[in-house]
Design a protein around this ligand. Structure first.
Ligand code: GN1
Ligand code: MG
Length: 375
């Protein structure tokens, strides 16, 4: 199958290895090693787009092509030759996707990216330098895109980070309870119910001057930054499927949630789940070193809460998928989504216990970079 896909793209040479990469929860990813006609070895990333989640794959690819072209120009302007931009490989007929008809007669859409060499991505890291650089990578991404004409972007998933809508959806699906699972998760439901009011803290002002729509990544997980194996510097931000208009607060919050958590998202020993404050500091520093001069006062004042809100949002999404019979996220075993939801709830609790410190540190860090870096 991979052979058939590669044949469609502008790639010359023969396949010598294919390995599957299992770190994403949505798309399927393969690393394909090719021997070029001149005997050199080159790697590519082949991805099957999950069209249950992304219903308009061509529009999604247009977003990605436009954004990567723009980023490249911005980086040239700033003389940045260290960092890289994800590169889309076109098909022989100049398209960004090819499709293959599967056994069910449906079209499976595939795309190919150039593989970024000498790079690694981490599912979690305790190295402060790596965490700092992850925050910096996403901050830099947002800063470089701050003047991009937002109207050109397609919303690839409607209302993706509208937390209060996610909350209402969960409540509706609990009523329907199609899989008879709601009773079993009553304590988790109560935990979420008690936090209804924080779900609209960001979204009620989204799109106003105080919380403007910006070009945001919307999936700022630590494994979505490719890092230089040797230096620990960031190389490139990847997984651009959910680049859409949104709030910087979800990007910052999600970055801290995923990067500074002391355990993986599906760790079941909840005593191990907490927010590592040193890593939170490192991420915040990296992020604000790029963005301190671009954010509004209201954005600044909600940064701490955003960590709690996005973590609650993930708890809601995982629990909702469990209640609906696991139709959205890829799962490896029966209660995988429930374990993820419980893990995120434990993380919310821990974040809440540290909120005062979190807010004071963000303020301190902002003051430091706001004065220093008047870009
Ligand atoms: C999904 O597939 P992946 O890992 O890039 C999800 C994110 C979640 C994340 C949780 C399109 O991202 O929103 O935060 O899982 N992506 C989509 O691990 O729903
Ligand atoms: Mg993703």
């Amino acid at each position: 199958m991979i052979e058939q896909i590669i044949e469609n793209f502008n790639i010359d040479g023969k396949i010598i290895e294919v390995s599957e990469n299992n770190s994403g929860n949505i798309n399927s990813t393969y690393v394909v090693t090719i021997e070029l006609p001149n005997k050199k070895i080159k790697k590519y990333l082949v991805q099957k787009i999950n069209t249950n989640v992304f219903s308009e794959p061509y529009k999604l690819m247009k977003n990605i092509e436009d954004i990567t072209d723009y980023l490249e120009i911005q980086m040239q302007k700033e003389g940045d030759t260290t960092h890289k931009v994800l590169k889309v490989i076109k098909t022989k007929s100049g398209k960004s996707l090819c499709y293959i008809t599967n056994e069910l007669g449906e079209r499976d859409y595939y795309r190919v990216y150039e593989y970024i060499d000498n790079a690694v991505s981490y599912d979690n890291s305790t190295d402060k330098n790596i965490v700092y650089n992850t925050g910096k990578a996403f901050g830099n991404f947002q800063r470089l895109l701050q003047n991009y004409p937002i109207k050109r972007l397609t919303e690839t998933i409607k209302d993706f980070h509208i937390t209060d809508k996610r909350y209402r959806q969960l409540m509706e699906d609990i009523k329907i309870d199609s899989e008879n699972r709601a009773m079993e998760v009553a304590p988790e439901i109560v935990f979420i119910l008690m936090r209804e009011e924080i779900c609209s803290l960001i979204t009620e002002r989204l799109g106003t001057e105080s919380i403007p729509l910006r070009v945001t990544h919307n999936d700022t997980k630590v494994n979505n930054v490719m890092m230089d194996k040797k230096t620990g510097d960031y190389l490139a931000v990847i997984d651009l499927d959910t680049v859409m208009p949104g709030s910087m607060l979800f990007d910052y919050g999600d970055g801290v949630r995923s990067t500074a958590a002391s355990a993986k998202e599906d760790e079941t020993d909840l005593d191990k789940v907490s927010l590592n404050l040193e890593l939170f500091e490192a991420y915040t520093k990296g992020y604000l070193s790029e963005m301190a001069n671009s954010i509004t006062y209201e954005e600044l004042s909600l940064m701490g809460e955003s960590i709690r809100i996005i973590t609650l949002e993930l708890a809601i999404r995982f629990l909702n998928d469990y209640i609906n019979g696991d139709t959205y996220f890829k799962t490896n075993y029966e209660k995988h989504n429930l374990d993820r939801a419980r893990n995120q709830i434990a993380l919310v609790k821990d974040i809440e216990s540290k909120m005062e410190y979190i807010k004071s540190y963000i303020r301190k860090c902002y003051d430091e970079y706001h004065k220093k870096d008047k870009r």
